[in-house]
Structure formats: structure tokens, C-alpha cells
Design a binder for this molecule. Structure first.
Ligand code: GUN
Ligand code: ZN
Length: 433
């Protein structure tokens, strides 16, 4: 039992998708708010002036002037072993994988290296205000072992899995259908459901798995309750052509995964930039989710995700950084680029919708919205304190803003790790700037 604590600042969180309700009804805002936390859970949220008189005298109140508290950010697609190759020049997806990614992932054969990288990676997530992420490891068990061990120490709600890859990759990075299945099973038995951790069955993408491996991945996905499935789909046009050649009997890219039992609730597909309408329909009817990764899609020249089309089909969409094809750990920067990706298609990303995508929308995509995604009483107390005065430019720009909407939008466009003053996981401070 931990002591009750209170946090006083402006507080903003989403209660609904602005697509489903009037945008003004999609969030709650307290200009002078108070968030009360006990045992890692939100117990009360409201106006400080109303709540303070009734707050027991022994409850400590931390006050943050010129700051905004929001839920912790949720990253629905990122790679642990790609931190060292962010910003690698000049290639599109398939060449980029060969040239930069595979050599970087090969280093995780060393458990000491994996541990050091897991610490760096989780540190970066927290510095950027991300409290939950869906994470690709490498083919090596020890990558995921190192990640979960560190995440457990910090009591973070995290999802990860060992990569399954049994062809079209360097030999040192391949497993076999059987070894991939058994190694995953071992990790599931050890970590899935332990504390706040979850396991994701993680075939890299269709081209690097044989049908035998995909079939065993599908079996695993059904064998344990609440398991995730995490992979890539329809990111790049050459990739899609390759999938057609490798799986001539299947009716397109999604059908490869569908045929092997890899779609449904808790399955998350990164990118989906070039999905067909019938594929969007199938994702929607099965409760599968797409991770929108704008910084990555721009960096690799993959294409522009048509968010409006996915949402018209009813597909669940979360936001991902996709580091290291993505160029920032900051979900504020993902939103900055998402805004531009949608501008180029004549779509508008409302600032409250943007916050939704980075918080409650991510939680819904991961079927974790009963636990995280906003600050309603009963939710886990994962939250961030964002500094309105983080830089001279931000301070000046926000002083000109007349409305919350304007302030939030400028914060998203100008913000990054510099604005994250403090990050809390289950009510405990895990990063101070
Ligand atoms: N498709 C298969 N593997 C990868 C990867 O590591 N990153 C991205 N962006 N796409 C992929
Ligand atoms: Zn990726």
C-alpha cells in the first residue's frame, strides 16, 4: 500500500474518440486540476479548488505551475534493437533492412549488450513521456529477456516479443519454425501476465517467415489468453510485390496473415499504408489494429497513410514511432508529422484527436483501455507533466495562444522530449528532466 499523493497542474485527458462524439465532449480539462493517486491508481480527478478542502492534511500535493498533465503516451509500434541506427541515410525499406537493420540486430546475440540497450531504450521512452509501448525485440530470446527484466524493475505496462524469422535474412538472425515456437513459449511462460507485462507473438513480416513458421505463430497466438500478435504490413510497394511472389496462393498481403490465424483482437499491424479496401474491411471486422507511423513512413519514403479511409472502415488505429525507421521517440513529433501527412491528403488532424491517438486511441488499439489511456478514477496512474516553458520559443508561442485548442496544437507541433518534465508509471516518478 503506497501513500495517497496529489498532483496540481492544468490537466487534460481524452474520454472518447472525437470521431464518435462532439470534439468538445471528447476530453476533460481542468485549468487548475488535481490528480489524486494511491497504490498506483487514480482515485480522484477534478478541480483543485473544489477538492483541496476535503483532502486529508497528510496528503502531499506536488504543484506544477506552467505545466500540463496528460496521460502517458502509448507507442503502438517500436523496435528495441534499432536505437543505434536511427537516421541511417539513403535507403527504402528492403535495402534499409539489409544495410542497416540486420547488422544492428545481430549484436543482440550478446546478453550484456542486450541489457545495456534495453536500459537505454526504456530510458528514452520515459524521457519522451511514453509509458506503454508495443516492442519488437530481435530473433534472440535474450533481447526480450533483457527488455522485460528492465521494464519489470520500473513497473511499466509494456508489451514485447521475440522476432520470428526463418528465411530471407542473415543466418545469424534466423530461427526455425520449431525453435521460434519453443523460444516464444518459454518467454510467454516467464513473462506474459507477470506484473504489467504482456507478450506479443512477433513474426517480422510475411517475407521473412515460411508458411510453416506462420502456422506455428498462429497456433501460439491462440494457445494463451490475451496474447498479442505484432507484425508489419503493406508498408512499401516493392515489399507488397515480394509478398505476392512468395505467397502466390493467397489473396493479397493481409490474407497471408489471415490464413495462418494471425488476425483478430490484440493483433497489431504496423504501417498499412497501401492496404486495399477489402483488407481494411477485414481488419475492422476482426478487431485488428493498425499502427500509424508517420515519421517512419516519411523517412523511408513509404507513402502517406489515409487515416480517414481506415477510420471509415472502422479499423482501430494507434500511433507508433517505429524507431529506428521512425526518427524520434517522441509521440509529439509523431503527431507533428501525422498532421503533415494528413495535410498532404486534404485531411485535418484536430489537436484533440491527435492527443487521443497518442493516448486513449492507443489503449483501445491494444485492448488496454480498461487500465490505461486516460486519467479516470480506477485507471493506472501513468501520466506525464509537460512544461509549457520548456524552450524560449514554446514559452513565447504559448503566451500568444488564446484557447486550449491553440495551446495544445502548438505544444504538439513544437514539443518533443524537452517538454517532458516528469514521467510517472503506476504513480511512481520514473523520469525527471
Ligand atoms: N518490415 C519488416 N521489418 C521491418 C522493420 O524493422 N522496420 C520497418 N519499418 N519495416 C519493417
Ligand atoms: Zn517497424
Amino acid at each position: 500500500m503506497t501513500q495517497r499523493k496529489a498532483y496540481r497542474a492544468a490537466i487534460l485527458h481524452c474520454t472518447d474518440d472525437p470521431r464518435e462524439v462532439d470534439v468538445d465532449a471528447s476530453h476533460q480539462y481542468f485549468e487548475d486540476g488535481l490528480l489524486v493517486v494511491e497504490d498506483g491508481v487514480v482515485v480522484e480527478l477534478g478541480d483543485a479548488e473544489h477538492m483541496l478542502p476535503a483532502l486529508p492534511k497528510n496528503v502531499k500535493v506536488a504543484t506544477y505551475p506552467n505545466a500540463l498533465i496528460t496521460p502517458g503516451f502509448i507507442d503502438t509500434h517500436i523496435h528495441l534493437p534499432q536505437v543505434g541506427i536511427i537516421g541511417s541515410y539513403g535507403a527504402q525499406l528492403l535495402d534499409w533492412l539489409e544495410t542497416y537493420v540486420f547488422p544492428s540486430e545481430a549484436r543482440f546475440v550478446d546478453p550484456d549488450y542486450a541489457r545495456a540497450q534495453a536500459e537505454l531504450f526504456l530510458g528514452e521512452l520515459l524521457r519522451n513521456g511514453t509509458t506503454t509501448a508495443l516492442v519488437f525485440g530481435t530473433v534472440h530470446k535474450q533481447s526480450v529477456e533483457a527488455f522485460f527484466a528492465r521494464a519489470a524493475t520500473l513497473n511499466l505496462r509494456m508489451i514485447a516479443g521475440k522476432v520470428l524469422m526463418d528465411r530471407n535474412a542473415p543466418v545469424c538472425l534466423t530461427d526455425t519454425p520449431e525453435s521460434g515456437y519453443l523460444d516464444s513459449k518459454e518467454l510467454i511462460e516467464r513473462w506474459h501476465g507477470k506484473g504489467r507485462l504482456h507478450y506479443a507473438v512477433t513474426p517480422r513480416f510475411a517475407p521473412t517467415s515460411t508458411p510453416e513458421q506462420l502456422a506455428l505463430a498462429g497456433r501460439l497466438f491462440k494457445e494463451y489468453p490475451d496474447l498479442y500478435m505484432h507484425t508489419h504490413i503493406s508498408e512499401n510497394l516493392q515489399e507488397i510485390e515480394w509478398v505476392k511472389e512468395l505467397f502466390p496462393d493467397r489473396n493479397g498481403y493481409l490474407d497471408v496473415y489471415d490464413h495462418h490465424g494471425l488476425i483478430g483482437a490484440r493483433s497489431v499491424f504496423a504501417h498499412g499504408v497501401h492496404l486495399r479496401d477489402d483488407e481494411c474491411q477485414r481488419l475492422a471486422e476482426t478487431g485488428s489494429a493498425v499502427a500509424f507511423c508517420p515519421t517512419s513512413n516519411l523517412f523511408l519514403g513509404s507513402g502517406l497513410l489515409d487515416l480517414a479511409r481506415l477510420e471509415e472502415h472502422g479499423v482501430l488505429v494507434g500511433l507508433g514511432t517505429d524507431v529506428g525507421a521512425g526518427t524520434s521517440f517522441s509521440q509529439l513529433q509523431s503527431l507533428n508529422e501525422a498532421y503533415k501527412v494528413l495535410q498532404l491528403q486534404g485531411q485535418k488532424l484536430d489537436p484533440f484527436k491527435a492527443l487521443y491517438l497518442a493516448t486513449l486511441g492507443g489503449a483501445r488499439s491494444l485492448y488496454l483501455d480498461d487500465k490505461i489511456g486516460n486519467l479516470k478514477p480506477g485507471k493506472e496512474a501513468d501520466f506525464v507533466v509537460l512544461d509549457y516553458h520548456a524552450t524560449p520559443l514554446l514559452r513565447h508561442r504559448l503566451s500568444q495562444a488564446k484557447t486550449l485548442r491553440e495551446r495544445l496544437f502548438a505544444l504538439i507541433i513544437l514539443g518533443d522530449d524537452r517538454v517532458v518534465m516528469e514521467t510517472f508509471s503506476a504513480g511512481v516518478s520514473v523520469h525527471q528532466r
